[in-house]
Design a protein around this ligand. Structure first.
Ligand SMILES: [Cu+2]
Length: 306
């Protein structure tokens, strides 16, 4: 008995030390973009992603509970009723009571888990009362973003977003360049950065209408809490309301061709007033280009690196 309590004390100490180490080592940023060696899912930056995370945690703890019960019972049975202790196998083969218990219990657990999951799915599909619409079109291998509507006005702004030139140079066959050298700040952004990020306001419900021009792509920024297929000839939709400014990265999540791995997505979330300044800048640049009679370029006025 004394031996067991010593072991329990040791385990408890190890657990506390590990928890503290994890808490100390994992920066707050880990809650937004996924970090290398991150253990759990990210909480994301939208109400949807937070609910997805909560659902994931509920499922995880239900699984842990079931695991502890089942493996506990197995281990207990193996030690308590082992042959060397003189255990004799029972001869009965069927128990209606047990059959009912282990059929009904999982059904109840599944219903309890399916209820909030279904409500979340319904809310995720509810794009009606959005204040802004962005049209996302997938191409082999780039994205086009068009600001279709912002508080019932059409900003008339749109641009292409392709792999950042730093990543593009490194990824060329025989480039001899080091992928680890591609960075924004101290963050490694090889194949995760674009020339023109999608700029969005914080705290505004943005509806995305998503389609593709050639093959099926999928628009996926993990911290937004969803991914949505971009299908040629079809328009799918999703929404996000980002709750903190930042740069959020994602990738095309549908195997769309040989350069599928080279079409990242970058969302730059700005406070609402900054976003409106940016939008006005884009409109002014477009108007200036039109009045100068020059061919319009697809790039936004200020090249913002993600
Ligand atoms: Cu793609």
């Amino acid at each position: 008995m004394a031996m067991i309590s010593v072991w329990i004390a040791r385990l408890r100490r190890a657990y506390v030390t590990t928890s503290l180490a994890v808490l100390g080592l994992v920066p707050v940023a880990a809650l937004a973009n996924p970090e290398p060696w991150q253990l759990n899912l990210t909480k994301g930056v939208t109400p949807t992603s937070e609910r997805v995370h909560a659902m994931h945690m509920i499922s995880l703890w239900v699984c842990v509970g079931i695991g502890v019960l089942v493996f506990g019972a197995m281990i207990y049975a193996m030690f308590r009723f082992r042959k060397s202790k003189g255990a004799v196998p029972a001869t009965w083969s069927h128990s209606t009571k047990l059959e009912v218990i282990w059929t009904v219990t999982p059904i109840i657990i599944l219903i309890v888990m399916a209820w909030p999951a279904t409500r979340l799915l319904v809310d995720m599909a509810h794009t009606d009362d959005s204040d802004m619409t962005v049209k996302v079109t997938g191409y082999q291998w780039k994205w086009r973003y068009e600001y279709v509507d912002y508080y019932e006005q059409n900003p008339g702004v749109g641009f292409m977003s392709t792999l950042h030139r730093d990543s593009n140079r490194v990824r060329q066959l025989g480039s001899g360049l080091d992928p680890a050298s591609v960075k924004v700040g101290d963050q490694s952004t090889y194949l995760l950065d674009v020339d023109n990020p999608l700029v969005l306001p914080v705290g505004v419900k943005v509806r995305f209408v998503i389609t593709a021009d050639d093959v099926i792509h999928s628009w996926w920024v993990p911290v937004l809490g969803w991914k949505q297929d971009a299908i040629p000839g079809m328009v799918t939709s999703a929404w996000a309301m980002i709750n903190e400014p930042g740069t959020y990265r994602g990738q095309c999540a549908e195997l769309c061709g040989k350069d599928h791995g080279f079409m990242p997505i970058v969302v730059k979330a700005l406070p609402k007033d900054e976003f409106e300044r940016w939008l006005a800048e884009q409109q002014a640049a477009k108007a200036a280009a039109a009045s100068a009679g020059t061919a319009q370029t697809a790039a936004p006025a200020s090249q913002t690196q993600g």
